[in-house]
Design a protein around this ligand. Structure first.
Ligand SMILES: Nc1ncnc2c1ncn2[C@@H]1O[C@H](COP(=O)(O)OP(=O)(O)OP(=O)(O)O)[C@@H](O)[C@H]1O
Ligand SMILES: Nc1ncnc2c1ncn2[C@@H]1O[C@H](COP(=O)(O)OP(=O)(O)OP(=O)(O)O)[C@@H](O)[C@H]1O
Ligand SMILES: [Mg+2]
Ligand SMILES: [Mg+2]
Lengths: 224, 224
């Protein structure tokens, strides 16, 4: 359902170009559980941003559910970004003036859910990631791993069918990391796509397919 | 040379208090290599901020090189913070409008080093962490692991005798992480203190003493 077709992403730096993605082709089927691994700077987050409709390729195509995204209307793109996909960012990207609870409620405002339902669902997700006692803290009143968990809760709140998680356990101790991985494993067992970037081979083992990237190119894959 | 003496750190949240540090006592000798481990939210970064002069205890004392820091002059504190200690932050804390090179040069401006020498030293450190080709990128033009490496280079630029590294390899693939750990191991072999927070037991193995923290208290230690 997600197809990258010879995708390029370049950044112009003075006289030179940085080829963040250098001809990437990838097909992801419904329900697949994928881990993306590769060196720092190899293009993983860039690829995730394109998959999550946060960025566009310079060349090549991104085809979502059979439709080229360059052909999609603004409202279809917005719907896909807000309802079909849940994104856990590598740098969390929380709103600094809002509490953990408000940050998790936010995606539901765009999908027109009532205030009472938003509160209930956001609270439930924060409990699921072990943050019930930190709901009213703002990001600067939270530890690194607590912010990461707010970002995870927020990504799951609209029940997306595709979860994109960019190094979701990087700031977590192994016990908390294991709890987060159970949540992701569970979502995949329910039929949802989980695509995670990780540097940790033990985390990658949860997937059924590992994609290796280097210098903006896919260099290999492992399937279970 | 670093002593925390029954240190407390509390945050008031409405009617309640969060006890980020709940009676912490710790003695660190010259040249020790220490790893601090514990669950997300257990107080590790809070403790590091006190050790690095970025925060003060609410109760108890921090004694640096035999001197209570509450008795230190502003200029002595500033000198210790800028020249004696190098800090790698969990969330990097780079200046977003400056390039990688400028971010690494910054601590040397405060220590009165000439422009030519600053450039040369900053460049050398960025090469050491594998970022020579990214020197002129700003933080938003860098990957997560590249930002982390800029933060590491910046922490080392004034040749501190104490390095505080809060999860320094969290965003790095294992090869790049190994390179960073060699840099830290090397600094310790030269006689410098290295104190790192990590969730990764393999990283903690580089130290010769592991301190375990939970709920703002030290609950145990392991010595090699
Ligand atoms: N400004 C603040 N106001 C209220 N609570 C705070 C504040 N800063 C930190 N805390 C709380 O203090 C506790 C300890 O925070 P700290 O950042 O030291 O944890 P940590 O051990 O570094 O966690 P992690 O491994 O997730 O980075 C956390 O539970 C956090 O919510
Ligand atoms: N806006 C930009 N301008 C210039 N170069 C950029 C920009 N954004 C990213 N890059 C470069 O593109 C490359 C790929 O970045 P990306 O964030 O995708 O890497 P990554 O694989 O996620 O790395 P990490 O594991 O460190 O997070 C990096 O070398 C980075 O320096
Ligand atoms: Mg990345
Ligand atoms: Mg921390």
């Amino acid at each position: 359902i997600l197809v990258l077709n010879d995708v390029f992403k370049r950044y112009k730096m003075g006289e030179q170009y940085v080829n963040a993605l250098d001809g990437v082709s990838l097909e992801i089927e419904r329900g697949e559980y994928i881990a993306i691994m590769g060196p720092s700077g190899s293009g993983k987050s860039t690829m995730m941003n394109i998959l999550g409709f946060l960025d566009l390729p310079d060349n090549g195509e991104y085809i979502f559910d059979g439709q080229k995204i360059t052909g999609m209307s603004e409202s279809d793109l917005a719907f896909a970004r807000n309802r079909r996909v849940g994104f856990v960012f590598q740098t969390f990207n929380l709103l600094s003036r809002e509490t953990a609870l408000e940050n998790v409620e936010l995606p539901m405002i765009y999908s027109g859910i009532s205030k009472a339902k938003r509160y209930k669902r956001a609270k439930k997700l924060l409990e699921m990631v072990g943050l019930e006692e930190r709901m009213n803290h703002r990001p600067n009143e939270l530890s690194g791993g607590e912010r990461q968990r707010v970002a995870i809760a927020r990504a799951l709140v609209n029940e997306p069918d595709i979860v994109l998680a960019d190094e979701p356990t990087g700031n977590l101790d192994s016990k908390t990391g294991t709890e987060i991985m159970s949540i992701l494993d569970n979502l995949n067992e329910q039929g949802k796509n989980v695509i995670l970037v990780t540097h940790d081979p033990e985390i990658a083992e949860h997937s059924n397919r590992i994609v290796h990237i280097r210098d903006g190119k896919i260099i290999g894959e492992e399937k279970k």
